[in-house]
Design a protein around this ligand. Sequence first.
Ligand SMILES: *Cc1c(COP(=O)(O)O)cnc(C)c1O
Length: 391
Amino acid sequence: MHEIVAQADQFMAPTYKRQPLLLTKGRGYRLWDARGREYLDFVAGIAVCNLGHAHPKVSEAVCRQSKALVHTSNLYYTAPQTELARALVQKSFADRVFFCNSGAEANEAAIKLARRYFKQNGQPHRYRIVAMEQSFHGRTLATLSATGQQKVKDGFEPLLEGFDFVPFNDFEALNRAVGPNTCAVLLEPVQGEGGVHPADGAYLQAVRRLCDERGVLLIFDEIQTGMGRTGKLFAYEHFDAAPDIMTLAKALANGLPMGAMLAREQVATVFGPGSHASTFGGTPLICAGALAVLEVLEEEAILEKCTATGAYFRKALLDLKARRGSVRDVRGMGLLLGMEIDGDGEALVAGCREKGFLINCIQERVLRFAPPLIIEKEAVDALVQCLDALL
Ligand SMILES: *Cc1c(COP(=O)(O)O)cnc(C)c1O
């Protein structure tokens, strides 16, 4: 075993079950390990490196900004931060943006904002949030309390109070759960960690109407689905149902740590000066990276590519399902695809790795494919052939 691997296992908190792979370099959708072996990447750092590894335009923007100004705190203004906020507002339903450093922090901000909105509007009893079973919203105490999976919560009780859970895509259950103390409904348009489960369009539209009728805020966690992953910049654009608050992170800066919470004017403005903050949130360095990401998405027609390759990939997996009885289900949107199998998902992950393909397994039996959006058909063909042989 490589010395770095042995030392990592000795010195790091043992929070991760890692693949036995020491990565040293990435370009596009390819990665190399310390022995110089090449891998095709269908993980993208968990739906993060949407433009691929070491995209020249993003690297260049970050290098340039690192020599000008890295960090100022939010006591001052900087141009990259302002430009990024304006761009995200122009491209979404939202009117204002709060920047932070991760997905969990973005969801923390959303939870705080939803509670404060009703406190400020004379309905302090409204603090409960209805969230979904099998959801994932992060690992901080508030966001794991909002997460609908027991394994994330084990050992950390008492949790933050005020979350109710209903099955995903079950409108009647939601209708019953939204009560006089509810401030918000929180969901992922496609549940990612929970097993790649997309929302039904009619369901999301009904949820939007329900929130309007009951005066409840609708929060979409687009941390995994945002920034082009599903073929639109934001997944809600597929459904004709926009939220009041949306959270982003993962692919926002193509691998630099960044989160954001976006909201409509009337909602966002209940965060007054001093009500919420982040020292690192929206540094000029990382905002310069995120601005480059937005430029590349347009210049290289990444959304169109994602839609086309996603459809091709999906069809190839469905063909595989028709041939192999052990494939239970194929689902997802764009290039966020899941294939549920009978049997041991981790064994397939290992088998693929040995053949030079990185894939990920969630919920023990769901293979998750979230490659860089620039992945090519030849790479998809090669992976599907490998899966076919292994199955
Ligand atoms: C990854 C993820 C999070 C948590 O993001 P972190 O940056 O790890 O805190 C929250 N929600 C969803 C939907 C995610 O996929």
